[in-house]
Design a protein around this ligand. Sequence first.
Ligand SMILES: [Cu+2]
Length: 100
Amino acid sequence: MNRYAFLALCATLLLPGAPAIAAPEAAALTEGVIRKLDRASGTITIKHGEIANLNMGAMTMSFKAKNPALLKKWREGDKIRFRAEEAKGELTVVSIEAAK
Ligand SMILES: [Cu+2]
């Protein structure tokens, strides 16, 4: 890693709101609130914060659920932390946990 990359990394880690210990990219979760659940079509609409791994700012949008079981225990209005990834060209939610 050259000096400039190192400095850029340091700046990233010091951004306000960043976790004190940066989570590995593969495990990064995004905060959100469930706006709509459509179990029939396997989609979930989430008002979400910035999604670092997808390079996406905060917005409300719908995602495909990776599998139907993911949507079972949640209700509209639930505050969650979730992992979204791009799979086969679709933005897909691969895990959901309750926000603390
Ligand atoms: Cu989005």
